[in-house]
Design a binder for this molecule. Structure first.
Ligand code: UDX
Length: 431
């Protein structure tokens, strides 16, 4: 099938490359000329494991191409996926400008039957707005359908998540639209739920908000563990044995970040408010998450007997492992707190994300290894659970630190082992 993907970011590029890999002819559109040149050379402007190989292979096979021209890509395709960004406005509402721009561009090119699919995360009822906008702006008698097909891709495992989804959600208002999308996904052997467009849009926001709620819940329990001496890992394990709760997303730490959870929770709070629904629960989820960084720095400050004028090493800057993405990463907020408390030096290391964070914090020291970051520091703060950090020579680290202090924001290490090695060690919800 001929597909156009509008917006070649983390979602659009994975979607386009995977649909090409499944045998479709895909044109990925982006307005950024510099990005297009990178794509044409098989280069990717962000780190996503395996994506460069997948793009390159499908480019070579001629199933995947890139273009800056929405109109020609839409005219040549049958299914158009809108994958543009829907970031947060300062108010927490969704910035729909890219969606609006795409809709107007798509409308101009509706030369024969097309299916226009919103894959970007959008507020409920966007589908009906999209339908009206296309009807208004499209050529007279244009034949098209609109659908919602939200993505559930996690950064760092996006290709796996696309090829092995837990479920495929298809929100449609016609049989024709349903059969096109069912056909497109048929080779994935995943459960397909066909529903109406509004329900499909809500499934996305509700799913992300629920996952964020699970994280804030376990983080609140971790605070109680720190006060009582219970162990959050054991509590989470005991909870997760109940199939209705499950083990996933019960890892306590310094909070959730990324380009999705923070913006989706804020968006959903705003959507509910606009509809006159009281979603204070989500405001509490956001509130708990926003306090994690301050709480963590306060504990480090206490452990060090005052953090002012100290040198702090930071391991991990990305919002999670296996990505270079620092959007809403806890590290961004923790560094801000450290600077507010007038630490003297910050020495940071991250396997992938340092170039991205340099634009925000140009004046901290960026190191080539966790060992270099630890040299002469009064403490190490572990902020992202990169696998690399699991296999370090910690005794070598200890001898290079001014003080043998590790504050583990992602419960990477075992408290007993760390104390036996002579570290002053704090974690999250563990003593
Ligand atoms: C998320 C959703 O998982 C995905 O389905 C959706 O399509 C996009 O948003 P992503 O943001 O890429 O994916 O990463 P995810 O693995 O969900 O982690 C999000 C944040 O939560 C990270 O900062 C991570 O460190 C944090 N997290 C995750 C926890 O703090 N504890 C957990 O148990 C799990």
């Amino acid at each position: 099938m001929k597909i156009a993907v509008i917006g070649s970011g983390h979602v659009g590029l994975v979607t386009g490359a995977c649909f090409a890999e499944l045998g479709n002819e895909v044109i990925c559109v982006d307005h950024d000329k510099k990005k297009l040149r990178m794509f044409e050379n098989g280069e990717i402007p962000f780190y996503e494991p395996g994506l460069d190989r997948l793009v390159h292979a499908n480019l070579t096979e001629g199933r995947l191409s890139f273009s800056g021209d929405t109109n020609s890509a839409v005219s040549a395709s049958k299914v158009i996926f809108i994958c543009v960004g829907t970031p947060s406005l300062k108010t927490g509402e969704v910035d729909m400008s890219a969606i609006e721009k795409s809709a107007c561009q798509i409308a101009k090119s509706l030369n024969n039957y097309k299916l226009i699919v919103e894959k970007s995360t959008v507020p409920v009822e966007t589908g009906q707005w999209l339908l009206k906008t296309l009807e208004k702006k499209a050529p007279k008698g244009a034949d098209f359908d609109v659908a919602s097909n939200p993505e559930f891709l996690r950064e760092g495992s996006a290709i796996h998540d696309f090829m092995h989804p837990d479920r495929i959600i298809i929100g449609v208002s016609s049989e024709k639209a349903a059969s096109s999308l069912v056909h497109l996904y048929s080779s994935l052997n995943a459960p397909i739920l066909i529903t109406d467009i509004k329900s499909a849009e809500l499934i996305k926001h509700a799913s992300n908000s629920f996952l964020a709620m699970k994280i804030s819940f376990i983080n609140a329990i971790a605070d109680i563990c720190e006060k009582t001496g219970a162990d959050i890992l054991r509590v989470a394990k005991g909870m997760g044995l109940d199939e209705r709760i499950g083990h996933d997303f019960l890892n306590a730490g310094i909070g959730y970040g990324g380009s999705c959870f923070p913006k989706d929770v804020s968006a959903f709070i705003n959507i509910a408010k606009k509809l006159g629904c009281d979603f204070k629960l989500l405001e509490e989820v956001r509130g708990i998450n926003e306090k994690r960084s301050i709480h963590f720095v306060k504990r480090v400050d206490k452990l060090l007997g005052g953090i002012k004028n100290k040198t702090i090493a930071i391991w991990g800057l990305s919002f999670k492992p296996d990505t270079d993405d620092i959007r809403e990463a806890p590290a961004v907020y923790i560094i801000k707190e450290l600077m507010k408390k007038k630490v003297k030096n910050i020495r940071a290391y991250d396997p992938k994300a340092m170039d991205n964070i340099k634009n925000i914090y140009p004046n901290i020291s960026y190191c080539n290894s966790p060992y270099e970051a630890a040299k002469g520091a009064h403490a190490v703060l572990v902020l992202t659970e990169w696998k690399d950090f699991k296999h370090l020579d910690l005794l070598k680290i200890k001898s290079s630190l001014k003080k043998p202090i590790i504050a583990d924001g992602r419960n990477l290490y075992d408290p007993g082992k760390m104390k036996r090695m002579g570290f002053q060690y704090i974690a999250v919800g563990r003593v």
